[in-house]
Design a protein around this ligand. Structure first.
Ligand code: HEM
Length: 365
């Protein structure tokens, strides 16, 4: 039982928090003129990252349960939505960073070397918890190896690496989302195993896609030699067939990937059905999350270029060029790819039992 009243400053540990801007030498008077600005902007970003990671864990854990009652989907969407708002907010904070004049930065930049944003372990944890290691197989080698090396050389590094290693053992948002998508009941009247039902849906989706593409090509290729239209049609259909049949995946992963892709297309295509409204919002919120991350990186690299041009980074990379490369990968590529092949209603496979997707008839999990 506390004897003192709870003050605002004790509740928030403000004296401790406000005594952390003194720089590596622990002496605020030793800081260069704009160094406190540089330190504080980074600290504020790191605080936001901490909250983003917390929200992400809340969402992923809920989504990873073996049964996700449909009333839990709004919870997941809510917490992912908060991440999206925070990311948006932090994107605008680069404006504050940019008030750092290039010449003023040069006056203290050498003090940092070899410290670098590359070692923002919370940013790594965020990427890992989203699932970056599934779609970026050399992530450990290309990104984490450098971080691990630095953790070996610093006394505080053990704690840092422990946190990263723990995140790697957790369920990622991508894993949880896929597990949930695999269970999407696709037109459940079709009898048979989940895989067969999904297969039937994908094949009829492909036929719908072919009809739709033929119609588009017939309009835009009026007057072209007949063989050209057929060739372009065959090429377009074959690309989509590769995606639907998961031919970009190793043999052993194909059946599951097909279920995931069928789930995405099904939810995106029939989003007007009452029970699919929240699942569709969930998929959209994940796409927004990835979009915000891409925008975050884009904003960061433009700011970097404005302040240090094409100089090498304090972490030893090629600087802005390296950051542009990092912005190419996607963690949820299938959610983006599905949007390329969405069909207008008249080409969609008809549902045999749409009433299953009303609240009275069914429960999604
Ligand atoms: C003067 C301001 C800044 C400059 C010049 C700058 C520069 C750079 C450079 C050159 C890199 C590439 C790695 C290297 O070789 O060091 C990098 C990476 C990074 N920076 Fe910054 N940065 C600045 C501010 C910030 C801020 C405010 C944050 C917020 C936390 C941040 C977070 C990061 C992160 C997370 C990475 C790793 C990115 C990735 O792996 O995709 N940086 N930064």
């Amino acid at each position: 039982m506390r004897e003192e009243p709870t003050s605002y400053w004790d509740y928030l540990h403000l004296p401790q928090l406000l005594d952390l801007q003194h720089g590596i030498d622990r002496d605020e008077s030793e800081l260069a003129q704009d160094e406190i600005h540089f330190i504080m902007v980074h600290q504020v970003f790191e605080l936001w990252f901490k909250l983003v990671i917390h929200e992400l864990r809340l969402a992923s854990r809920e989504l990873a349960s073996p049964q996700v009652p449909e009333e839990k989907i709004p919870f997941v969407v809510h917490h992912l939505g908060r991440i999206n708002t925070i990311l948006n907010h932090t994107i605008s904070q680069f404006d504050v960073m940019e008030t750092l004049d290039p010449q003023d930065f040069i006056s203290f930049r050498d003090k940092l070397v070899p410290a670098s944003g590359l070692q923002s372990y919370q940013y790594r944890i965020l990427e890992i918890l989203l699932g970056i290691e599934s779609t970026n197989p050399d992530y450990g080698e290309s990104i984490l190896a450098g971080l691990q090396k630095m953790t070996d050389q610093t006394s505080s590094g053990r704690h840092v690496w422990g946190a990263v290693a723990a995140a790697r053992a957790e369920v990622s948002l991508r894993m949880a989302l896929h597990e949930w998508l695999v269970r999407t009941p696709i037109d459940p009247v079709g009898h048979g195993a989940r895989v067969e039902i999904a297969e039937r849906f994908l094949q009829s989706y492909l036929s719908g896609y072919e009809r739709s593409l033929r119609e588009t090509l017939t309009t835009i290729m009026t007057g072209a030699e007949p063989g050209k239209l057929e060739a372009r049609l065959a090429e377009g259909v074959s690309q989509v067939a590769n995606f639907l049949n998961a031919e970009d995946q190793p043999e052993e992963a194909r059946a599951r990937t097909k279920l995931v892709r069928a789930g995405i297309l099904f939810i995106e295509s029939y989003r007007d059905l009452p029970l699919l409204a929240w699942p569709r919002l969930l998929l959209d919120t994940v796409v927004v999350l990835e979009e915000r991350l891409l925008l975050w990186r884009t904003r960061h690299v433009r700011m970097v270029e404005r302040i240090i041009g094409q100089r090498i980074g304090t972490g030893g990379t090629a600087g802005a060029g390296f950051l542009e490369q990092r912005n190419k990968g996607r963690i949820f590529p299938e959610l983006w790819q599905a949007r390329t092949i969405l069909l207008s209603r008249k080409y969609l496979p008809p549902l045999t039992q749409p009433e299953f997707y009303t609240f009275e008839e069914s429960r999604l999990s």
